[in-house]
Design a protein around this ligand. Structure first.
Ligand code: SF4
Length: 745
């Protein structure tokens, strides 16, 4: 279909876009010492990258290859040998290394310990490590111990076993990486529809009338989604993007596994609506205002299947166009264009990412998207759906397994009744008070009240706002345990008393195999894959339970599983919608909990059986005079793991400050000028890159931009940090003579 070609130049030579073929050669070179094992992981395992979900290199959506550059980059973490323990004997030199260099040193070989005042780590046995940790936990208040789980390839079985073990220790202080991505989506979807996950399947994207991406760059974060969109475009689906930045890779993409697209690229999104940062609710209200005024709604659906529309109608009708334009950064005509696009679609899927959730109004942003979908009845029908797309392969299952401070397994609220039920099932007392989220835990540490932190993967220094404050908090904790496959910078933070490193297995090394849950709610079996092993690395689920048995020997027989199969059997008993997980035993086994579509037949699991509109207010943003709205974005990286200094999609360096040319002209700036962003929380030094980002908004990379994030700004329910809601002033820091002779305005 030449009309969809992005460029007549073969392979887009000379165009700015990622070279995915080069990534294949790079992966072969990087894994050359274990190519057969690397191949087996790709061929048999479930991808440990994003949550799109695979079985080997196939999926359930399209035929052909399912493989992307993220997975190829992550492969080495699974095949690399152990590091030489001697490098950790003195951590001073390591402290100045970048995280990617630390990871590149190799796998953690054996348990290690570092005491206060010691220059580095020394080897200890598992027995010594677990005895020391158990003794310390026994001597601590349960509210003063904390467990965090990353999403790095972590399977459902590990989340389930860990949360059970932690609850046996007398606390609900366990949280995971899902908190910082889609926790607001879960709250809003549950309130509006009675479900907490994507309502449709990926197959609904192909051939539907319209797919809209809100605050999401799947080309970067879920690359194989672009293949689905390629087929969708060929089937006549329109693709629109609502985002401050006209993401180049969302506009044109070269799908490497399809000959036509690999050669000529494909035009993917044709409609862009460039809201300003925090402008989504105003934009969506403006869209609805047009649709109400024009009578473009699905009145039957609203009347028969929903509640709360009149309140929303009266709110949007009261809002003036001037107010909506000022708050959204988009004019009335553009809102009408979007309204027309939505109105013309009989079926549509709305997809959103962290551009929507990582705000103090994260839950309301999601409600505003749901409102628009409900206005047209885009749920519970084929080709329709709401999709909070997940960026990490563990996060969908992590919270559903209950590895969460605010819910029990199955997403049940933490309260007396649910605690009593679980206590009866598990045979020990389950605490009934919600635990702390990670930002709350760090606040407790700053008050010197946290006694033990167990961090399974993750790197708070990189992920949480205000890295300096985070480091200060980590330094106050008497015992820190870091359980991981490779080194991270937080492990090297000076001990208050003791830091212990524990070596973990990857998901491919766990006997009995494991499962993950994808964005489309598909629970997928990933088998154990034969290959080289790190001798002393242990499966994380076993370690958690062994710790719990040591602390609570009286409950030892209740805190043991014969293997991952036994965990799956208990998951099926504890979480009714996971019934079926116990039958997953070999490569390719999977099932979608809830079936291909939730809310099928437009029946909703809310108390009144209806879908609920919510009249959400436009957030009030007060910008200091002359300040910009600033959002953080991903470059060539996987979540916080940076892979390259330059993003091949945008040409931005890691310190790039993406700025609209009109803003640059107003301030007398040229591309390449050094600038300093400043606010109450920190300063950020970067380099101007002229880019099609909306005026008044700047984009900088995450996690580097965390220095500007207000550590106290969180959404009210999910308590997600507001990584996309920064305001900062900007000044040029280079003189005219130091300017790089590049682009003229
Ligand atoms: S798109 Fe996601 S699931 Fe698919 S291969 Fe890439 S990282 Fe893995």
């Amino acid at each position: 279909m030449p009309e969809l070609w992005a460029s007549p130049k073969p392979f887009g030579i000379g165009e700015q876009h990622p070279n995915n073929f080069w990534e294949v050669f790079r992966a072969i070179w990087e894994n050359r010492d274990s190519l057969d094992y690397a191949y087996r992981i790709l061929d048999q395992g479930v991808c440990d990258g994003c949550a799109l979900g695979t079985s080997g290199i196939k999926d359930w959506t399209v035929t052909g290859l399912h493989l992307c550059n993220i997975r190829l980059r992550l492969l080495r973490l699974n095949t690399m040998p152990a590091l030489d323990g001697e490098v950790l004997e003195n951590v001073k030199a390591l402290q100045s290394q970048r995280s990617r260099d630390l990871r590149g040193l190799g796998r953690i070989p054996y348990p290690m310990i570092r005491r206060r005042g010691e220059p580095g780590f020394r080897r200890i046995s598992w027995e010594e490590a677990l005895t020391l940790i158990a003794d310390r936990i026994r001597a601590s208040q349960p509210e003063h111990i904390y467990f965090y789980m990353t999403s790095r390839g972590v399977p459902n079985e590990t989340y389930y076993a860990a949360q059970k073990a932690v609850r046996a220790l007398g606390t609900n202080n366990i949280d995971n990486a899902a908190r910082v991505c889609h926790s607001p989506s879960t709250f809003a979807l549950k309130a509006a529809l009675g479900v907490g996950a994507t309502t449709c399947s990926y197959t609904d994207l192909v051939g539907t009338d319209l797919v809209v991406f809100f605050g999401s760059n799947v080309a970067n974060n879920q690359p194989v989604m672009m293949k689905y969109l390629y087929y969708a475009r060929k089937a006549g689906t329109k693709v629109a993007v609502v985002n401050p930045y006209r993401e180049p890779a969302m506009e044109r993409y070269w799908v490497p596994s399809d000959v036509e697209s690999a050669l000529f690229g494909t035009k993917i999104a044709e409609h862009f609506f460039q809201v300003q940062a925090s402008g989504d609710i105003a934009f969506l209200h403006g869209t609805l205002k047009h649709m109400i005024g024009e009578g473009w709604l699905n009145d039957d659906f609203i009347r028969n299947h929903t509640a709360g529309f009149e309140e929303l109608r009266s709110l949007v009708e009261r809002l003036s166009w001037e107010e909506l334009e000022a708050a959204s950064g988009v004019n009335r005509k553009q809102m009408r264009d979007f309204a027309r696009l939505v109105a013309d679609a009989n079926r549509a899927v709305f997809v959103w990412g962290m551009g929507i959730t990582q705000h103090t109004c994260g839950e309301d942003n999601v409600h505003a998207i749901i409102n628009l979908a409900l206005a047209k009845g885009f749920v519970g029908r084929e080709g329709c759906g709401l999709m909070p797309i997940r960026g990490h392969s563990g996060v969908q299952g992590g919270a559903e397994m209950g590895a969460y401070a605010t819910v029990f397994p199955g997403g049940l609220p933490i309260n007396e009744e649910n605690a009593a039920k679980l206590s009866q099932q598990w045979g020990f007392t389950v605490p009934k008070k919600p635990g702390l989220t990670t930002p709350e835990m760090l606040e407790l540490a700053l008050q010197r009240e946290l006694e033990v932190l167990w961090s399974m993967g993750g790197d708070f220094r990189e992920v949480m706002p205000d890295p300096e404050l985070v480091e200060s908090a980590l330094k106050t904790i008497p015992l820190r345990v870091h359980q991981d496959i490779v080194l991270s910078s937080q492990m090297l933070v000076e001990p208050d008393d003791t830091v212990i490193l524990l070596p973990s297995t990857t998901r491919y090394e766990i006997p009995g195999g494991v499962t993950e849950t994808s964005t489309e709610r598909r629970v997928i079996f990933s088998p154990e894959i034969p290959g080289p092993r790190i001798d002393e690395a242990r499966s994380e689920w076993e370690v958690f339970l062994e710790l719990a048995r040591r602390v609570r020997p009286e409950w030892a027989n209740k805190l043991a599983f014969a293997g991952t199969e036994a965990i799956r059997e208990e998951i099926a008993r504890t979480i009714p919608f996971y019934d079926g997980i116990q039958n997953l035993k070999k490569k390719g086994d999977s099932f979608q909990y809830g079936g291909p579509m939730l809310c099928a037949g437009q029946k909703f699991s809310t108390a009144d059986g209806k879908a609920h509109f919510k009249a959400v207010n436009i957030p009030q943003v007060s910008l200091p005079a002359g300040a910009f709205r600033v959002v953080t974005r991903r470059g060539k990286q996987f979540n916080s793991m940076v892979h390259e200094d330059i993003d091949a999609s945008t040409a931005a360096t890691r310190d790039g400050v993406l700025m609209n040319p009109l803003d640059a002209r107003r301030l007398g700036l040229l591309s390449g000028d050094r600038v300093r962003l400043h606010n109450d929380f920190g300063t950020y030094d970067g380099k101007v890159l002229l880019a099609p980002v909306t005026t008044g908004t700047l984009e900088i990379h995450w996690p580097e931009g965390n220095v500007l994030v207000d550590p106290k700004a969180r959404s009210p329910l999910a308590k997600i940090p507001a990584y996309k809601e920064i305001s900062a002033t900007l000044e040029r820091t280079n003189g005219a003579e130091q300017r790089e002779p590049v682009l003229k305005l």
